[in-house]
Design a protein around this ligand. Structure first.
Ligand code: NAD
Length: 467
């Protein structure tokens, strides 16, 4: 294991304390990571603040080159990152390799954007120009499901716009982020990128810090509420990518086998720990049994094991808290529905739960109405699509959703009526850096990616000049 260090003001340094990081497949200590103190967080913010004016004054082309260099470095050590990611996060090695490759592709694409000056008006009375200025220090707070990819979502645009960064990973997945700090320390001027860790105790200090201009947060809705409250004191800019309870609505003309395969991969990627995973499927009564039978077959075929083992298709849950939460959902599902596949907690070390399909549940079941964020998929039977839409839209979340079937007109009609930031037709979980991504309602505020995402790392300035 590398010797993990924080990155503060261009220096790789020890933490004031240490913390153990477990491998979720074995529950053994994988590494001892540095744990930052409040003073170290303040030092990171101070370094980012000091580095800001010079970084912001560089031509955008210079910043762009350095962001691309970040992708180059990550790519050079992709195998090492993928292995470490599997060991700290749990996902199968092929998925971890995919996360690193996808991160590099995201960084490269996001680095291509520009912030052109816009002329709003130009006549004999006045010339009015609009500029986009950087904000200052950005705090990036990252969850444990995609530790590197979610940094790749935030860092390129934050830096391209001329901001400096303090990145804080989740306490259960800090290692790949710390390794990233080590390999990029010499790319950026001191203080432009800082990485600190915590045991869930520094988030509030970062979000309420007077020298932080913006928080870009991905995590649960409950923590998002705290971020919003913490940011209020200094009117910080915030982008919140929060929880979801994505519904997949399967119309009667869908092909049951094809749809089951799409539902399965949309629900169980990363053991279901994906904000945009299918968290509830609504299947029309006429094909319900058939779709369920295909889902059962797919769930039974899953190889649930340590992600480092060849052939594993699903790893463990990422951490004990999530594992225990999912066991509660399983207990509720047993009472509120019929478990037709999975349902077992593996009798071995590690946080393993087999992919579970729950039939004969309705919207009153907790497994349907709440975000499970794990490998349990409830399948709800319906015969009236208007009723399903009303139930789906009545919930507090609005991240993604999908509609499945053959009649394009009807699919589009249903899609337009779903109250969520992204809706797919005959697929789920397909997104890219050129498409604005964000949640409706309690799934978030603002968007990431595309021009709209870049704009959120800037302040508009209008210069209105008399002729
Ligand atoms: P979490 O909210 O528990 O933690 C996220 C991050 O917030 C961690 O780094 C954590 O240390 C930090 N944090 C904890 N307390 C804080 C506080 N008071 N102030 C500021 N930061 C604090 O989320 P999680 O359990 O790591 O991730 C799972 C959740 O994230 C799920 O709800 C999932 O849907 C959501 N998620 C959303 C997206 C999206 O893009 N919308 C993507 C991935 C995950």
């Amino acid at each position: 294991m590398p010797d993990f260090k924080l990155l503060i003001g261009g220096q790789l340094c020890e933490g004031a304390g240490t913390m153990e990081v477990l491998n979720p497949a074995t529950e053994e200590v994988l590494a001892v990571a540095p744990r930052a103190s409040g003073e170290q967080l303040d030092a990171a913010v101070a370094a980012a603040k000091a580095a800001f004016p010079a970084w912001a004054a560089l031509p955008i082309e210079t910043r762009r080159e350095k962001i691309i260099a970040l992708a180059d470095r990550l790519e050079e050590r992709a195998d090492e990152f993928a292995r470490l990611l599997t060991q700290e996060q749990g996902k199968p090695l092929a998925e971890a390799a995919g996360e690193i490759a996808y991160s590099c592709a995201f960084i490269r694409h996001l680095a291509t954007y520009d912030l052109p000056e816009k002329i709003i008006e130009d006549n004999d009375k006045r010339i009015v120009r609009q500029f986009r200025r950087p904000l200052g220090v950005v705090g990036a707070i990252i969850p444990w499901n995609f530790p590197i990819l979610i940094i790749a979502f935030k860092a390129p645009f934050a830096l391209l716009a001329g901001n400096t960064l303090v990145i804080k990973p989740s306490p259960t997945t800090p290692l790949t982020t710390l390794l990233l700090g080590e390999i990029i320390a010499d790319i950026f001027p001191a203080g432009v990128v800082n990485i600190i860790t915590d045991l869930n105790d520094l988030g509030a200090r970062l979000t309420s810090h007077p020298d932080v201009a913006k928080i870009s947060f991905t995590g649960s809705t409950a923590t998002g509420q705290k971020v919003m409250a913490g940011a209020a004191g200094t009117i910080k800019r915030i982008t919140l990518e929060l929880g979801g309870n994505d519904a997949a609505i399967v119309l009667p003309d869908a092909n049951p086998e094809k749809v089951a395969s799409g539902l399965y991969s949309g629900a169980f990627l990363n053991a279901g720990q994906v904000c945009l995973a299918i968290k509830r499927a609504y299947v029309h009564d006429s094909i319900y049994e058939e779709v369920c039978a295909h889902l059962v077959r797919l769930a039974e075929d899953a190889v649930v094991d340590d992600g480092m083992k060849q052939g594993t298709t699903m790893g463990p849950l990422q951490n004990r808290m999530q594992y225990e939460k999912l066991q509660e959902f399983l207990a509720d599902a047993r009472k509120e529905g019929r478990i037709i596949a999975g349902g077992q907690v593996e009798d071995r070390p590690g946080y393993f739960i087999r992919p579970t399909i729950v039939a004969d549940v309705d919207d009153s079941a907790r497994i349907v109405s709440e975000e499970q964020f794990g490998p349990i998929l409830p399948v709800v039977r319906f015969d009236d699509v208007d009723e399903v839409l009303a139930n789906v839209n009545a919930g507090p979340y609005g991240l993604g959703g999908s509609v499945w079937g053959e009649d394009r007109e009807q699919l589009r009609h249903v899609a337009r009526r779903m109250e969520s930031g992204t809706v797919w037709i005959n697929k789920h979980l397909d997104f890219g850096p050129n498409m604005p991504f964000g949640g409706a309602k309690q799934s978030g505020i603002g968007v990431e990616f595309a021009e709209e995402g870049l704009a959120e790392f800037t302040q508009i300035q209008v210069i209105n000049e008399a002729r």
